[in-house]
Design a protein around this ligand. Structure first.
Ligand SMILES: Cc1cc2nc3c(=O)[nH]c(=O)nc-3n(C[C@H](O)[C@H](O)[C@H](O)COP(=O)(O)OP(=O)(O)OC[C@H]3O[C@@H](n4cnc5c(N)ncnc54)[C@H](O)[C@@H]3O)c2cc1C
Length: 431
């Protein structure tokens, strides 16, 4: 089959890889001059099956209210006159019940476990290098209350097969000696030894090169303008091509993997995707004193920051701002990230050496991505991966390739459309 993949972020490139492996002829369309130049550029680097607790959980509404208007809040809902934002916000609240939150957590855990295993096999098969480390993820707490509240979700995760262990402060410093400076303030941590970290940009660009070697064609500088459907079936993709001219491209199947920009293209076909951009920040610091920098990937619960070591760099990422598509860097947030990093790891680097980045997480209200068939025949979805697109990249790519190849994916997940375990996408009939 000929398959067009729209978008060359980690999701589009992983889809292309598994589709090519399944024997399909694949073309990837990307508006930038290379792969992984948008949200898959500078993220937190965690392959974190253990971060399966969705943002939308029973304690979220109260916390978000407290954070409203606070410039350095970890999760900031900046209210706008934007119906898409309000509609997303209301759906988010609906996902905060204990039942919905548990359902979503199970989806994220299943997909995460499958995806991490898929990434490990891909690594064994190809030898791909991306500054990865397999030293686990340590989620540490400086608040006793938050630590106590983490014990039950960790227990549920263990029951569901994710080895998220609860550990005391002494054990934290044994696993990551660089945390010694804040040892007296630690309430405890959870540790998932099977989780990993690595540079998503390196991974995606190198996987794109491996895809090309397998015959995948990447068309960079090509902007998808419009999807054409007729009689309930995809008929083509209208693009502004490399020369600025317009053309319509056709294939047997089309994969929508445009991250936060997916809903605009899908909506005219009647495919309504609840995806809203959640802007995040990262800082990358050169490691000047390796003895003071962590090698285990970390999550700082108090500041909602994650830390991943990429060779001689430390990546710190976090914060979420629901404020539309603006990409400006807020200096208050940038400074807060570096201040906290050097407070925990004093002398590790110098603040003026930080390189800042911002990206838009394609967030769904319940954190669960859209993967599978849409109601428009031939149009497949692989989008809305929110906070976990790097963790879920390989599993999502592998699953969509299975679905397009008429095979049932090996993971128990609420896929959209057919086959199986369906998650319906609201869709009026097409004219
Ligand atoms: C601060 C931050 C930290 C994060 N940390 C982690 C982490 O530690 N672990 C984790 O698992 N996840 C993390 N994430 C989430 C993860 O980065 C995303 O879920 C993932 O990158 C999304 O990938 P994607 O391919 O869907 O989107 P993108 O990478 O944005 O790819 C979409 C592609 O589509 C292209 N495109 C869009 N519109 C068009 C068009 N009209 N025509 C042609 N091309 C188009 C874009 O140029 C882009 O290349 C983090 C995100 C942020 C912002």
């Amino acid at each position: 089959m000929k398959v067009i993949v729209m978008g060359a972020g980690v999701i589009g490139v992983a889809s292309a890889w598994y589709l090519a492996k399944a024997g399909h002829e694949v073309v990837v369309l990307e508006r930038n001059a290379g792969a992984a130049r948008e949200t898959s550029f500078g993220n937190g680097g965690q392959i974190s099956v253990s971060h399966a607790e969705p943002w939308a959980n029973p304690s979220a509404p109260l916390k978000m209210l407290r954070w409203l208007g606070k410039e350095d809040a970890p999760l900031l809902f900046r209210l706008r006159a934007d119906p898409a934002q309000w509609s997303w916000g209301l759906k988010f609240l609906r996902e905060c019940t204990a039942a919905r939150s548990t359902h979503n957590m199970i989806q994220l855990l299943n997909l995460g476990t499958y995806s991490r295993a898929s990434l490990q096999s891909l690594r064994d098969e190809t030898g791909i290098q991306y500054d990865h480390l397999t030293r686990g993820i340590l989620h540490f707490y400086t608040s006793q209350k938050e630590f106590d509240a983490a014990i039950e979700p960790a227990r549920i995760m263990r029951e569901l097969g994710c080895e998220r262990q609860v550990i005391g402060a002494d054990e934290v410093v044994r696993i990551e000696p660089a945390l010694a400076s804040i040892a007296p303030r630690l309430a405890g941590a959870t540790y998932t030894s099977e989780d990993e970290s690595g540079d998503v940009h390196r991974f995606t660009t190198r996987l794109a090169a491996l895809c090309e070697a397998r015959g995948v064609r990447f068309r960079y500088g090509v902007r998808v303008q419009k999807l054409h459907a007729q009689g309930g079936r995809m008929r083509g993709v209208e693009v502004a091509d490399e020369t600025g001219g317009y053309e319509t491209l056709q294939a047997d199947a089309y994969v929508l993997a445009l991250g936060s920009f997916s809903p605009m293209l899908a909506r005219p076909l009647g495919v309504k995707l609840d995806i809203y951009p959640a802007k995040g920040y990262s800082a990358t610091l050169p490691v000047l004193d390796a003895s003071r920098a962590p090698t285990t990937s970390l999550t700082d619960d108090e500041y909602k920051l994650v830390f991943s070591r990429f060779g001689d760099r430390l990546r710190i990422a976090g914060t979420a701002e629901l404020n539309g598509y603006a990409m400006d860097l807020n200096p208050v947030r940038c400074e807060a990230i570096v201040r906290r990093t050097l407070e925990i790891f004093p002398g590790m680097s110098e603040p003026q050496l930080a390189r800042f980045w911002t990206g838009l997480r394609p967030a769904t209200p319940g954190n669960v991505p859209y993967i599978g068939a849409s109601a428009v025949e031939g149009l497949y979805l692989n989008t809305g991966h929110g906070t976990l697109g790097w963790t879920h990249g390989c599993g999502s790519g592998r699953a969509i390739a299975d679905i397009i190849s008429a095979r049932v994916p090996e993971v128990d997940f609420a896929f959209c459309g057919k086959p199986s375990r369906t998650r319906p996408v609201a869709m009026p009939a097409l004219s």
